[in-house]
Design a protein around this ligand. Structure first.
Ligand code: AMP
Length: 219
């Protein structure tokens, strides 16, 4: 793919709609960089940094940290003049969408993929989600379990863990926070003509094909 024509990519969708899995696919197939604000924040919490201590409770409750804080974290971790990113988990509301457009991307072309899915199915997806601590592969104990229980198919790692905020109570809050904010944000990308709607309730490979179709045209 000719680098100069590539759009920066934005993934918007409910928690558990498959953004992380598809971001990994795009990294492998098209050489994008994956930047997840959730991962950046969890790393801060795990490292015990001052920022991590400040946001720990917010993450555990499933609420949002402040827009400015996430923006600062992204500014510190992105090199938009030289790299092409998949923004996963940012923006989360229309204010963040404006910050992304005017403060981070500036004039750079972008495509916003909206992972459309029935929200009622997501609670079960999320509470059954497990992640390999060694390679980041994502499983679902019901719909996509590892071939051997507790062992990662990809790297053989034996630590398939559950995220702290993937419990039923926090998941309900996260889904509500999502549905309260999604409307105006989708509208904004629709008006900019950068919105691409993906049917995210399909199998992973089918979801990826839909995304790929929109990216291939930039080759
Ligand atoms: P995620 O991994 O995207 O599900 O995010 C996990 C948690 O990190 C969220 O429930 C929020 O507490 C926080 N978080 C992630 N991204 C953002 C964001 N763009 N704005 C505010 N909080 C965020």
């Amino acid at each position: 793919m000719e680098k100069s024509k590539r759009p920066q990519i934005i993934f918007i969708g409910a928690p558990g709609s498959g953004k992380g899995t598809q971001a990994k696919n795009l990294v492998e197939s098209f050489g994008y960089e994956h930047i997840s604000t959730g991962d950046l924040l969890r790393n801060e919490v795990a490292s015990g940094s001052e920022l991590g201590q400040k946001v720990k409770g917010v993450l555990e409750a499933g609420e949002l940290v402040t827009d400015e804080l996430v923006l600062e974290l992204l500014e510190a971790n992105c090199d938009l003049d030289n790299k092409f990113y998949i923004f996963d988990g940012f923006p989360r509301n229309d204010k963040q969408a404006m910050l992304l457009k005017y403060r981070l991307l500036k004039e750079k072309p972008c495509l916003a993929f909206y992972f459309e899915i029935n929200l009622e199915e997501l609670e079960q997806r999320l509470v059954n989600r497990r992640t390999c601590q060694d390679c980041g592969a994502i499983y679902n104990l019901v719909s996509k379990p590892p071939q051997k229980e507790g062992v990662c198919d990809k790297c053989g790692g034996t630590q398939l863990t559950q995220r702290k905020d993937d419990n039923s109570e926090t998941v309900k809050t996260r889904l509500k926070v999502f549905s309260d904010a999604i409307g105006p944000m989708v509208e904004m990308y629709k008006n900019d003509q950068t919105l691409r709607v993906i049917q995210a309730d399909k199998e992973g490979s089918v979801v990826f094909t839909q995304i790929e179709e929109h990216i291939k045209i930039f080759v």
